[in-house]
Design a protein around this ligand. Sequence first.
Ligand SMILES: [Zn+2]
Length: 344
Amino acid sequence: MKILLPTSTAGSLPKPSWIAEPEKLWSPWKLEGQELVDGKNDALRLCLDDQVRAGIDIVSDGEQTRQHFVTTFIEHLDGVDFEKREIVKIRNRYEASVPSVVGAVSRPKSVFVEEAKRLRQLTDKPIKWALPGPMTMIDTLYDGHYKSREKLAWEFAKILNQEAKELEAAGIDIIQFDEPAFNVFFDEVNEWGIAALEKAIEGLKCETAVHICYGYGIKANTDWKKTLGEEWRQYEEIFPKLQQSNIDIISLECQNSRVPMDLIELVRGKKVMVGAIDVATNTIETPEEVADTLRKALQFVDADKLYPSTNCGMIPLSREVANAKLRALSAGAAIVRNELLNKQ
Ligand SMILES: [Zn+2]
């Protein structure tokens, strides 16, 4: 990235209220057929426009065409039955009714490539595209076929690699894998989770990122966070192995979180997307609060590797709040950028 401290968002952004009910996960579409197709294209353009106006440097689709960051990708795969639902505990935290794996999984055709091409045509800015990570995918499903989390994750990694290669060919600059499950299943992450992620990025020439957070600002997550104690040291369990991996960028939750900032030292050498916007509150950060978080992170990340971002996706927020938070992110990053340039 040519610009110092390029800003981006972690993932989803709120959708317009005319396409889906706002401030809700898995919100059903309000349109059908061609109207839905057109509506998704319009939402994509609006979302890009909001990011550009807020001064975001690395833009995304804001997941405007997806109902959910994991489910929508899985819906496009063979081997998963969405009618056959089972209750599972997602990330050992909350119960949800999820689809079942009933046979060998495969990707009959590309999932997001058309949307990626459309976004590429709309902007010259660098684009980051998010995909679910293999471990987070298996954690959002009931597996009645492979009967092995590792095996299913490996199959998903191969599928994700096919999709990622097509996204790269469509002109995507950074492909990000969302792995909130990395913050829960530490032994599995170290045993096979990071290896599965490396399978998903195999042969890619574009930059790659992994987003590891404490989840959307929904009640199940905020309740869980209250049980984690004074210091959140989860990242410590997986950072040493992640530092050794082929992933280029690590996206983290740092604003209003109890993650000790010095844990970032464990991934020294990697680019770090530092979450400087809290997505679990409607309070808009001041630019100075954003700057303060970035300055703290700069003790452990070289300036040319620091990417100011949001803690997580913003789908549970209103568009008004999300846009104000994006502007705060840009303004806060600008403060620190100026400080760094004046020092030179
Ligand atoms: Zn997240």
